[in-house]
Ligand binder design. Structure first.
Ligand SMILES: [Zn+2]
Length: 129
């Protein structure tokens, strides 16, 4: 049984621990492999074949292949320096980011919103497998 899951998280220090704790519980994982970029939800939502997207996908692939990751989360959060869009737009980015990751990986992929109190919420994304 794998003990790993994967977070595509923002680099923002305020969201690291809340996301890790949430995902340990959510996927029953001991360790959370973490890939960070500023505003990864926007990067994955907007740029089709950018180097940044490829770089993220390569890193998720390592977590999936080498650690048999149990599930993947992409994160957006309040007061993000990398993605200053309002919450509703960021949540649209999250939806698109989740859909993109689902095309590449068979694992469950979820979207997380971290609010102004640094609480983590799982968002609904259609086409759930
Ligand atoms: Zn951020």
């Amino acid at each position: 049984m794998s003990k790993f899951c994967t977070a595509v998280n923002c680099m923002d220090g305020r969201v690291q621990i809340p996301v890790i704790r949430y995902l340990q519980e959510r996927f029953g994982a001991e360790y959370v492999d973490t890939i960070t970029e500023p505003g990864p939800n926007r990067i994955l939502a907007e740029a089709d074949d950018s180097e940044m997207v490829q770089s993220i996908l390569r890193r998720v692939h390592i977590s999936v292949e080498k650690h048999a990751s149990l599930g993947i989360a992409v994160v957006g959060h309040y007061d993000c320096a990398g993605n200053p869009a309002p919450e509703e737009v960021q949540k649209m980015h999250l939806q698109k980011a989740v859909e993109r990751l689902r095309k590449h990986f068979a694992q469950p992929v979820i979207g997380l919103w971290v609010d102004a109190s640094w609480r983590v919420h799982e968002i609904e994304v259609g086409n759930k497998r």
